[in-house]
Each structure stands twice: as structure tokens, then as C-alpha cells.
Design a protein around this ligand. Structure first.
Ligand code: G3H
Ligand code: ZN
Length: 280
């Protein structure tokens, strides 16, 4: 069933699990993720980022993900990941996303507050939940020219109060697109943030978080954990192996079976680490 972000993430933040938000790029990985969530009886978030929407425009991927969500036996939120401006976010809402993120993390604080507040007001007018980011979760790829800045607890509280967002992404040590699970989480900072903020916290770049640290994160007021690279690696590696194993096969439906299974298994593994396996 199609779910609102707030409904599933508020509950997770108050409990010892977090909802996984997996970056998906089309039917194959989205369907595999939902199959994994159904196997665990867990809610899940399908997150479409700019790369996904450049590959498959919002009028196509929005209804596709919404349809997959509506047919699922578990709550599935269809979420826009890292939206960069008002029109882009509004377009996602128009095409069926049940939740959006506005990422003003590269802007000066006051501009981030002002733009986030305006977009939050518009999203809420359509009954859509909104996540925003304070501080900035950087990128491990030096070619991505974005700043990395840890979230300040006092600034985070002020940002949440002024913008009225439903969930806030904080920068506490993770970096996007890490392949090694070696991110060092600043738990003292996370604790200081959660003592000042009452809405669910979101961790981005969680592919780089060690398994045991994921288990600790969910005991805090973390309600949503974003994972992208881990699933893209699972799909890509499996597809490469499959093509080597079956050099004469040219039918994509046949070639995609193993990568879809790999994505499903990788998603289940991460959801279990996030405490979702205990929900069923
Ligand atoms: O917004 C998406 C995520 O933060 C994914 O990050 O690819 O490093 O897991 P990741
Ligand atoms: Zn992210």
C-alpha cells in the first residue's frame, strides 16, 4: 500500500528500528526491494534521486513506483531524494510521489531556511510529507563538488522550528557513495541533536556505515536510513557475473533475474540490520 513518510517514520523513530530508504532506478530494483520488504513484513521507502529521474522522467517513474507501492502488502513510501528546487519538488508531487526531500544543504543557513519553509508549506498543502537537510552530507567522489559539513545541534533545532519539516537529514559522519563500511559516526553530536529536536532524524550515505553501527543508530531517534550504493553494487556485480556465466543469453528478462534476486537479498540484509526483521 502507498504510505506517507510521516506515518511510517514517526513510528520507527520512536522504536528501535529505522525504515530503509533505498535508491531505485527503475522497475527491477524497485520491485526487488518491495519483495524483500514483503518477506520481512516491513515498511520501506523507494527513493528516486536526480540520476533516476534523468534516466526515467518524473511523469514515468512517479506512476511506476506508485503502482508498485499500491500493489504491495506492506506500507511503501514513494520518495523524491535530494530535490534541489521548488519546481522540481512540485513536479514530483504532481506525478505521485507521496513524500519529498528538499536539499538546501549547499545554501547559506538563512536561504536554506527560507526555501525549505516555502517548499514545506506547498508540500503540506498537497498532503505530502517533507524531509530537509541541515549541515551537509558530502560525497566520497571528489568529482562531486559539494561541501561536507557536520550538523550543529543548535542550528538543527532552529532549522526544524523555522521550517516545519517532518523529518531532518543530519550530517554526523557519513559520506555519500562510500564503498567501504568505514564511516565514523559522531554519536555525541547525534545525541546532542536528538536532545534538541523532536522530529525523526535521517541518516544519508548509510552504505558506508558498519553493520554493527547501523544497529546502534536505530536505537536513537533515527527513523529513516538512506542506502543507495550498496544496492547498485549488488545489481551491477550480479549482472556482470550473469553475463559472464551465460555469454549467449541476450534476453534482458532472463539476465535480470539474478541481479533482482541480489538486490532483494541485499535489501533484506540491510533491513534486518536496521531492526526491520523483527517487525514481522
Ligand atoms: O540519498 C541517498 C543516500 O544518502 C544514499 O547514500 O549511496 O552512500 O548509500 P549511499
Ligand atoms: Zn543522500
Amino acid at each position: 500500500m502507498l504510505a506517507d513518510l510521516r506515518t511510517i517514520v514517526d513510528k520507527a523513530a520512536a522504536s528501535a528500528y529505522a525504515v530503509a530508504a533505498f535508491n531505485v532506478f527503475g522497475y527491477e530494483d524497485a520491485y526487488a526491494v518491495v519483495q524483500g520488504a514483503e518477506q520481512l513484513g516491513s515498511p520501506v521507502i523507494l527513493a528516486a534521486n536526480l540520476n533516476a529521474i534523468q534516466h526515467m522522467p518524473a511523469p514515468v517513474i512517479g506512476p511506476l513506483l506508485k503502482c508498485i507501492a499500491e500493489r504491495a502488502s506492506v506500507p511503501v513510501c514513494v520518495h523524491l531524494d535530494h530535490g534541489k528546487d521548488f519546481d522540481y519538488v512540485m513536479q514530483a508531487i504532481k506525478y505521485g510521489f507521496s513524500s519529498v526531500m528538499f536539499d538546501g544543504s549547499q545554501l547559506p543557513f538563512e536561504d536554506n531556511v527560507q526555501q525549505t519553509r516555502e517548499i514545506a508549506k506547498a508540500a503540506h498543502a498537497f498532503g505530502v510529507s517533507i524531509e530537509a537537510e541541515i549541515g551537509s552530507v558530502g560525497y566520497s567522489d571528489p568529482a562531486v563538488n559539494m561541501k561536507h559539513q557536520l550538523s550543529d545541534p543548535v542550528e538543527t533545532a532552529s532549522f526544524v522550528e523555522q521550517t516545519g519539516v517532518d523529518a531532518v537529514a543530519v550530517s554526523v559522519g557519513t559520506v555519500h557513495r562510500m564503498e567501504a563500511q568505514s564511516a565514523a559516526i559522531d554519536f555525541a553530536r547525534l545525541e546532542a541533536i536528538q536532545s534538541k529536536v523532536s522530529i525523526p532524524l535521517v541518516i544519508h550515505g548509510a552504505t558506508g556505515v558498519p553493520d554493527e553501527v547501523l544497529g546502534k543508530l536505530v536505537t536513537m531517534r533515527v527513523g529513516k536510513v538512506n542506502i543507495g550504493t550498496a544496492l547498485r553494487r549488488a545489481f551491477g556485480r550480479s549482472l556482470r557475473e550473469e553475463m559472464e556465466r551465460r555469454p549467449d543469453e541476450f534476453d534482458r528478462i532472463m539476465l535480470f533475474q539474478a541481479p533482482m534476486d541480489s538486490v532483494k537479498e541485499a535489501a533484506i540484509q540491510k533491513m534486518r540490520l536496521l531492526g526491520c526483521g523483527r517487525l514481522s
